[in-house]
Design a protein around this ligand. Structure first.
Ligand code: SIN
Ligand code: FE2
Length: 198
């Protein structure tokens, strides 16, 4: 267990078999609720592709970003996989269940700019982030934009919990190291972000 500016990083928490089961469950989800390339309100395409599971999914389009009870295609989101709920219960330290599981797919060139997770109603509820596939250089900053940052490589099976004082720290992903994991046959990285929304 590693403390990253108040975030807790559980290295290798998810074993190889469980990672495989999780990927199989995600394949089913993507079949129902296909990955899409979100655009920002300014029309810029994000480099990750995403979809969601749970009551709420996170979407972004020309109207801006928000939680939505429907996929851009109009359907309700598939259920959050059991195994992801089990991981949440192990590490989240709350009685509440996650209402959203954002599924971000990073190919070799994808990244995620520095941001806060602050679209949820209750910041006392943690954010649990699961890494699968290729390694990612994850950067953590401060409670306001800018200032000194710290970076760490996240590997397949790592679970990061943002809670308490660290719940609203700025964070992002600078890059993904292609070919650093064999979990996904065609490479790339998946990040699952579990959150309580309401
Ligand atoms: C995010 O914070 O949106 C993603 C973090 C990650 O991919 O590890
Ligand atoms: Fe985030």
């Amino acid at each position: 267990m590693l403390n990253l500016r108040g975030m807790t990083l559980f290295r290798g928490l998810i074993g190889t078999d469980a990672q495989g089961q999780l990927v199989a469950a995600l394949r089913e989800i993507v079949r129902e609720a296909p990955l899409f390339h979100p655009v920002t309100s300014s029309g810029k395409q994000m480099s990750v592709r995403m979809t969601s599971a749970g009551r709420f999914g996170w979407i972004s389009d020309r109207q801006g970003y928000r939680y939505s009870e429907r996929h851009p295609d109009g359907l309700v989101w598939p259920a959050i996989p059991r195994i992801a709920l089990d991981i949440w219960r192990d590490v989240a330290g709350t009685k509440r269940e996650p209402e959203s599981c954002l599924i971000n797919f990073y190919d070799a060139g994808a990244k995620m700019g520095m941001h806060q997770d602050r679209d949820e109603a209750d910041f006392a509820q943690p954010v649990v982030s699961i890494s699968l596939g290729d390694e990612a250089l994850f950067r953590v900053g401060n409670l306001t934009r800018g200032g000194k940052t710290e970076s760490v490589w996240l590997s397949s099976g790592d679970v990061l919990v943002m809670a308490g004082e660290a719940r609203l720290l700025y964070h992002g992903v600078d890059r993904v190291k292609a070919g650093s994991s064999t979990l996904l046959p065609r490479g790339g990285r998946i990040n699952l972000t579990l959150r309580v929304v309401t």
